[in-house]
Design a protein around this ligand. Structure first.
Ligand code: AKG
Ligand code: FE2
Length: 293
């Protein structure tokens, strides 16, 4: 028997794995659905639909040729945040929907991180910051640019428990597997530091960006986690939309970088305004079309 790739992406990856592992151990599907509903994270209908889907996948896999060892099915649709209610239940936290712009989609979420989580992420990165770079248009190399004067640091997957926990939370909020995202990138801005308006999507017409596109595909969505309050300045600005979002510790800004067909959206021009007073620290998380890394 072969193992089916998991494609029921409406569930966090941890739950997909849980279903597959329990089916492999020949657990009773009804008992599994009851356990999922008892967790309070899924309705019985969602639990049963996901288990039915997993059973169908396994049955199909039993009759299919063995997949490649590295087979991985990336989601085809777009990541999305469930806006049915004003409060969104992440597996371990209740998040507030503070504002929504429909087109392009920009959502401000409150209470995404606790103060302690923000502090822990900042402490974890300590003094590892280096001058920020951008992707070179010609060859894709990381280059220092006068338009991005902040400092940056990365947290690799598996490096810190707090980062893993937040990554799982974001994956559940966005209905997108954590494997299809870049590791956290922190940006630290002192007084007068900024990131001038730019796009987060990778430009298929730029030779430098193509090598990055080859690794994980397009950046479909951006999460900006605000890890600090800022006394003055430092907003995330969308000049074409007349919009400025002020940093607030624990909030997260979300926007879609592409349309539903994964094509770059030029309305998403945005930047980080200069900090006037205080220090701004954010963590970026970019959701990719496919598996990253
Ligand atoms: O600093 C900000 O608010 C925006 C940062 C940003 O757009 C980026 O790092 O790509
Ligand atoms: Fe950006």
């Amino acid at each position: 028997m072969t193992t089916a790739p998991t494609v029921f992406v409406s569930l966090p990856v941890a739950w997909q794995d849980w279903i597959m592992q329990n089916l492999a151990r020949a657990c009773n599907p009804l008992d599994m659905a009851n356990s999922m509903a008892a967790s309070g994270q899924h309705s019985m209908a969602v639990a049963r639909a996901a288990i039915d889907e997993a059973l169908a996948l396994r049955a199909a896999a039993d009759h299919a040729p063995a997949p490649q060892a590295s087979a991985f099915v990336a989601p085809q649709q777009m990541p999305y945040i469930d806006l049915e209610r004003n409060l969104v239940a992440a597996p371990d936290r209740t998040v507030e929907v503070l504002f929504v712009l429909k087109q392009p989609q920009i959502i401000l979420l409150g209470n995404v991180l606790s103060d302690e989580e923000c502090d822990a992420i900042i402490a974890h990165c300590g003094t590892r910051y280096t001058r920020s770079t951008v992707t070179g248009e010609a060859d894709g190399a990381s280059v220092v640019h006068e338009g991005r004067t902040s400092e940056m640091a990365f947290i690799q997957r598996g490096e810190a428990e707090v980062a893993e926990r937040i990554e799982q939370r974001l994956a559940a909020l966005a209905h997108w597997p954590p494997e299809c995202s870049e590791p956290f990138q922190l940006q630290k801005y002192g007084v007068s530091q900024e990131y001038r308006p730019h796009y987060d999507w990778l430009d298929p017409d730029s030779s430098g960006h193509r090598s990055h596109l080859a690794r994980g595909g397009q950046r479909l969505a951006t999460f900006i986690l605000y890890l600090s309050d800022v006394a003055q300045g430092g907003g995330t600005v969308f000049p074409g939309l007349g919009l400025e979002v002020y940093p607030k510790k624990g909030n997260a800004l979300w926007f879609l970088n592409t349309d539903d067909n994964h094509q770059p959206d030029k309305q998403t021009l945005h930047g980080g305004a200069p900090v006037v007073s205080g220090t701004k620290i954010i963590a970026n998380k970019w959701l990719r079309q496919g598996r990253y890394g």
